[in-house]
Design a protein around this ligand. Structure first.
Ligand code: NAD
Length: 413
């Protein structure tokens, strides 16, 4: 007999995607089991301390207190769920190609415990065919004999951590299922937690749409980063140009330059697309080139900052301000600050960093703003980071964020 409960959801992976989904589902009346194989994170969550910025400790504690949510490392808990969503990382391997090891291990983890009539959804970003060719075969091979009727769909997550407007609930959700029965189940589930579920004809359409969305961002950022280098060489303020172009009411969308691209999505997902293209015998040259331009940006920024310093004899002291990949988060995954720091060090600079949201990064600690430096690079403007201390001391600042007033000693990217 199945132990499944129709209002129980199991979520594999309790990170930036899985935990906010859990809280959204609790709000919608689901009882949620959050499964994660990182024991320390499970203990932290069950103690009421949220590991992600978008979920407050209070919200988490309320869900725990009413018994609507619990985290565990025990995969057998999925047996009680009518819906299982997979929200584990899909990074790149050392060759910068898709690494589905964690996704496979999540599928292997749930498969022996999936009860009959369960809907299994992948929310992780991956190339088209991942649900059909990777996840479904694993689950079907390892599932219990009595679990003959399973439903499968792909519903790529679109959450934007730190975004005050768009969240799990009000962001329309793409849903692509493998058959009509799976589609009905998956739409029913997402309509219970999101304002709108958008049905597409196959899982591959949903998976490809996710890659297109993030590749669109990558190539537009690359265009503006390349354009910035051109403007900078000609002493033209790129932000004023972007503002000017933005006055056109149609056909233009502003993107801003920066140290590069970071996070788990924008630098990574487009390489799932380029890999998918190569597997299909097609070359995604445009995307490959955008990736290259963005990866060269930290070097451009570093050179520009070093050129601001007059003394050339001693080691130049450079302070990087904000090392998380974007404001409002402590997430340093794929942050372009890493390449910036490495390049500065390779040029003989002494480098320290300050970030009020990040305490430890690459084996070092955040220094305070009193750290004596020749130049500071504002890479990410973290909320609450006041730079008065630096401007009062007339420290030279290269602002890569377009947030400081351009004044004596402060220049834009
Ligand atoms: N972070 C974002 O902004 C974002 C946005 C949209 C989509 N996505 C996609 O969502 C997926 C998850 O990303 P994330 O940012 O939430 O990752 P994350 O690293 O924040 O969280 C993933 C969690 O999964 C756990 N985990 C890893 N392998 C596991 C396994 N086999 N079994 C159980 N738990 C496991 C990890 O311990 C971690 O806690 C990725 O495919 C990502 O591309 C992320």
């Amino acid at each position: 007999m199945s132990a499944q409960n129709s209002q129980v959801l199991a979520i594999i992976g309790q990170g930036y995607v899985g935990l906010p989904l859990a809280m959204a589902a609790v709000d919608a009346g689901w009882t949620v089991i959050g499964i994660d194989n990182f024991e320390a994170k499970v203990s932290q969550i069950n103690a009421g301390s949220s590991p992600v910025e978008d979920i407050s400790d209070q919200q988490l504690q309320a869900a725990l207190a009413k018994g609507a949510y619990k985290a565990t490392t025990d995969f057998s808990a999925v047996a009680g769920a009518s819906v299982i969503t997979i929200c584990v990382p899909t990074p790149l391997d050392e060759n910068r190609e898709p690494d589905l090891e964690l996704l496979r291990s999540a599928a292997v983890g749930i498969a022996p415990f999936v009860s009959n009539e369960t809907l299994v959804v992948s929310e992780s970003t991956s190339y088209p065919g991942t649900l059909r060719d990777v996840i479904i075969p694993i689950v079907n091979e390892l599932k219990p004999q009595e679990s003959q009727n399973l439903y499968f769909a792909s519903a790529p997550e679109r959450v934007n951590p730190g975004d005050p407007v768009w969240n799990q609930k009000n962001t329309p959700r793409l849903v692509g299922a493998i058959d009509a029965a799976s589609k009905t189940k998956a739409l029913g589930f997402y309509e219970s937690i999101c304002d709108a579920a958008v049905s597409v004809s196959t899982p591959e359409i949903a998976e490809a749409a996710k890659l297109l969305e993030n590749t669109f961002r990558l190539v537009n950022i690359a265009l503006i980063n390349e354009f910035t280098q051109l403007c900078s060489t000609n002493n033209i303020n790129v932000h004023e140009v972007i503002d000017a172009a933005s006055s056109k009411p149609y056909g233009f969308m502003p993107f801003r330059p920066g140290v590069g691209v970071g996070g788990h999505c924008i630098p990574v997902d487009p390489l799932y697309l380029t890999w998918w293209a190569r597997q299909s015998g097609v070359q995604a040259n445009f995307v490959e080139s955008a990736d290259l331009i963005n990866r060269q940006m930290p070097k451009f920024v570093a050179e520009r900052a070093l050129n601001m310093v007059e003394k050339k004899n001693d080691s130049t002291r450079v302070l990087i301000l904000g090392v998380a990949y974007k404001p409002g988060v402590a997430d340093v995954r794929e942050t372009p600050a890493t390449e910036l720091r490495n390049y500065l060090i390779s040029k003989g600079a002494t480098v320290a960093w300050h970030d009020p949201l990040v305490s430890q990064w690459e084996g070092s600690k955040s220094v305070d703003l009193g750290w004596d430096c020749d130049v500071a690079i504002l890479a990410t403007m973290q909320p609450g980071m006041s730079l008065n201390q630096l401007t009062k001391r007339k420290v030279k600042i290269l602002d890569c964020t377009n947030t400081l007033d351009i004044q004596d000693g402060v220049i834009g990217i």
